[in-house]
Design a protein around this ligand. Structure first.
Ligand code: UD1
Ligand code: CA
Length: 449
């Protein structure tokens, strides 16, 4: 049975008070809309349509970068949720099977909940995801008896008695694709908001002798984001959940509440993550790696047995092979560090390859940027880079080669060679002490006046 997912993301999100479209605000390091898309992907849809409106171009760009097969349709005027879904009509024309409607601002719906809705479709023509709200506020209310759903009434249109109902509409709806669009075509806008309500399809279905059902989930799953405060709460909830997951997957977290994850962080079992570590998007850490305190990682891979930090920064494209050591105040960007290599202190390694077991001394810098272009540095296997070496890229240091401390290396160093690129030392016997004595005498004379 093929499946289509429609994600509504056209709304302005005016309560965010932001120039950035609401669904592009980050949660767990990635734009909000990607959470719904990634959950949707777990149920393996054949088609995915994202309805954009406010900030359409920016949202479309993020959606396309995530999934080249997703279709973006634009709702130029936001006339309501039914109208929004209707924008997907043409692109889904002819698709067989069910369609599920999700919201781009509701990131926590779980794939298994969607599976439960698809299962309930065997009993009902239209299935709505509901939840019991602690504070039902302005949610649409579900008029239901057990699993049977009679209709949905929006808060604005509800009577006092209906407003007392705590079973609320999450917004997630599932029906056969053709039936969904058939019902939407009948939705009017005679209501308090003057909008085309998607929720009206329930009563319309019932009037035609079709059945509607409600599947319930925990309220936390339906948390939608409308304000910065809700975004902050969602982030806290996201982090709390990811910490528990990491622990349950066999990762040691020395102080879980101080570790921050991104939506796609992957950490293998028996990895150890110490206090105050931040994972930005795109990080994978293999089993048995150790990330020490106060490190910041994004877009990087850390292999088995590697040790990172304390106080290390791994930026996008940092690839650490097994047993690599990256120490304090070291920044690695777009660089492959091969097995057992060490960059232990105060270094910058960017746009580089570092061979196995090479050792980069304290203060090594790859000077990769000439102000316009980026250049590559290659360091061979087992090379030894003396402390405070400036490697002016493009440059190669051969395997087993050495550079003297304080060298500025501007030419390639052949395999096994020693390269010195620094001023020659001059030593004047006794001059240091004589100079100091003279200065002290001058100071004493000045003090006397
Ligand atoms: C909607 C539901 C309500 C439910 C609540 C759950 C309707 C009529 N009401 O109300 O029953 O309890 O969600 O959060 O469906 N959107 C568009 N285009 C539009 C209108 C909305 O893309 O023209 C998108 C919004 O960006 C948002 C989602 O649809 O992601 C929901 O719209 P919103 O206006 O927030 O609906 P609510 O009034 O909260
Ligand atoms: Ca809303």
């Amino acid at each position: 049975m093929s499946l289509s997912v429609i994600i509504l993301a056209a709304g302005q999100g005016s309560r965010m008070l932001s120039d950035l479209p609401k669904v592009l605000h980050p949660l767990g390091g990635v734009p909000l809309v990607l959470h719904a898309m990634r959950t949707a992907r777990e149920i393996d849809p054949e088609r995915m349509v994202i309805v954009v409106g406010h900030g359409a171009e920016a949202v479309a760009a993020v959606v396309r970068a995530e999934d080249e097969f997703a279709t973006v349709v634009t709702q130029t005027e936001q006339l309501g949720t039914a109208h929004a879904v209707d924008q997907a009509r043409a692109v889904l024309d002819g698709a067989s099977g069910d369609a599920i409607v999700l919201y781009g601002d509701t990131p926590f719906i779980e794939a298994r909940t969607l599976d439960a809705m698809l299962a309930a479709r065997l009993r009902h023509d239209v299935v709505v995801l509901g939840f019991n709200a602690a504070d039902p506020g302005r949610y649409g209310r579900l008029i239901a008896k057990d699993e049977d759903l009679e209709r949905i009434v929006e808060f604005k249109d509800a009577t006092e008695a209906e407003r007392a109902i705590t079973l609320c509409n999450s917004g997630v709806i599932c029906a056969d694709r053709a039936r969904l669009f058939d019902l939407i075509a009948q939705v009017g806008q005679e209501n308090a908001a003057g909008e085309y309500y998607l929720t009206d399809i329930v009563a319309l279905a019932r009037a035609q002798g079709l059945s509607a059902g409600v599947v319930r989930c925990a309220e936390a799953e339906t948390l939608g984001i409308n304000t910065r405060s809700e975004l902050a709460q969602a982030e806290a909830r996201f982090q709390a959940r990811r910490r528990v997951e990491a622990l349950e997957n066999g990762v040691t977290l020395s102080a879980p509440e101080t570790v921050y994850f991104a939506q796609d962080t992957y950490i293998g079992r028996d990895a150890v993550v110490d206090q105050f570590v931040v994972f930005g998007p795109g990080v994978t850490v293999e089993s048995g790696a150790h990330i020490r305190a106060f490190s910041h990682l994004e877009g990087c891979h850390v292999s088995r047995g590697a040790v990172v930090g304390p106080y290390a920064r791994l930026r996008p494209g940092a690839e650490l092979a097994e047993d690599v050591r990256i120490g304090n105040f070291v920044e690695i960007k777009n660089a492959q560090i091969d097995e057992g290599a060490k960059v232990n202190h105060l270094s910058y390694v960017g746009d580089a390859t570092v061979g196995a077991r090479a050792n980069l001394g304290a203060g090594t810098v790859t000077c990769n940027y000439d102000g316009v272009f980026k250049h590559h540095t290659e360091i061979g296997e087992g090379a030894f880079i003396g402390s405070s070496t400036m490697l002016v890229a493009p440059v190669k240091v051969g395997a087993q080669a050495l550079t003297g401390s304080g060298s500025v290396i501007t030419q390639d160093v052949p395999e096994g060679a020693l390269a010195l690129g620094r001023g020659k030392q001059e030593t004047k016997p006794g001059l240091g002490k004589r100079l100091m004595d003279r200065l002290r005498a001058a100071k004493a004379a000045k003090a006397k006046g």
